[in-house]
Design a protein around this ligand. Structure first.
Ligand SMILES: [Zn+2]
Length: 288
């Protein structure tokens, strides 16, 4: 067998062996990527996609290092929906054999996003924005967090099934959902992240966000409660946190409201504490 033929056979076999991937990803720049940018984990949150397109198509920057881009849920995006079968950000670690489109995507993403610094861009209707969510406190995650340039970050390992629980990395929330403002915020975070990671030329500017840790939720039995407390601003026991025509809900203890909005069906939002005392030690993990 000639060398050329042997090579062709080998290439054909390796193509056959490669499992079909459901998630769409591509690499820009030269080399092995150390950072990844994920968008459309929720198909109806398009700010990240628009920001990436603005950067790659309009600005076409000179990339000094490779970046992996992951267009997480293209099918849900095409349908204009958050998800097709199950919420992707509750479907991790997923399964390649699952009947759920999102569980198959999650399994692919677990492979795509191992040992790489991940910035996953989401949109929210809560305010204020932007802010970050993370679950791991290892050096890479802290570095990613500080690279994104946000002022507030929430440790949310309390929830499970999110991508960041399984592959590390940082989610950023921009808003208001479906606005031009959200796209501009996403673009700024993306650019800051890539500059701070040495991918795009620019002046590095790491942020030192306030850190909050989620430890619980405030449930609601009916959908029509409107939150009246401000996210990231402490409430005291007895403060009114939600109301509707027929009454009000008061805080049963002191806490910091996080992600309070009228969008969840069964909870008002999350309860958190501000990690003032461990802030220095928390950051020291990311310092050399
Ligand atoms: Zn989202």
């Amino acid at each position: 067998m000639s060398i050329l033929l042997a090579l062709k056979v080998l290439m054909k076999e390796s193509t056959c062996l490669r499992r079909y991937k459901h998630v769409k990803s591509f690499i820009e720049g030269k080399g092995e990527p150390e950072v990844a940018v994920v968008y459309c984990t929720h198909g109806d949150e398009t700010a990240g996609k628009k920001a990436v397109e603005k950067l790659l198509e309009e600005e076409q920057p000179d990339l000094r290092k490779a970046v992996k881009f992951v267009f997480a849920n293209e099918k849900a995006f095409q349908q204009g929906e958050r998800y097709v079968d199950t919420d992707l950000n509750r479907s991790f670690p997923g399964s390649a054999e699952s009947n759920s489109h999102e569980e198959r995507l999650a399994a692919d993403m677990m492979e795509e996003l191992q040992n790489i610094k991940v910035l996953d861009i989401h949109e929210t209707s809560t305010s204020p924005v932007p802010f970050a969510l993370f679950t791991w406190s290892d050096e890479e995650t802290v570095d990613t967090l500080r690279s994104a340039g946000v002022d507030s970050a929430v440790e949310i390992s309390y929830t499970s099934g999110c991508g960041i629980n399984h592959y590390g990395g940082v989610e950023v929330e921009v808003g208001p959902k479906k606005s031009e403002k959200a796209v501009n915020q996403a673009y700024k975070l993306l650019k800051d992240f890539l500059i701070n990671q040495g991918v795009v030329k620019g002046e590095t500017d790491y942020s030192s966000p306030e850190i909050y840790k989620v430890y619980g939720t405030v449930s609601k039995l009916e959908e029509d409660w409107m939150p009246v407390s401000e996210n990231f601003e402490s409430v005291d026991e007895g403060d009114v946190i939600a109301e509707r025509d027929s009454g009000r809900i008061v805080a049963d203890e002191d806490f910091v409201p996080i992600l309070f909005s009228d969008t969840y069906s069964n909870i008002l939002g999350f309860k958190a504490v501000r990690l003032e005392k461990v802030e220095t030690s928390f950051y020291s993990q990311g310092e050399d």
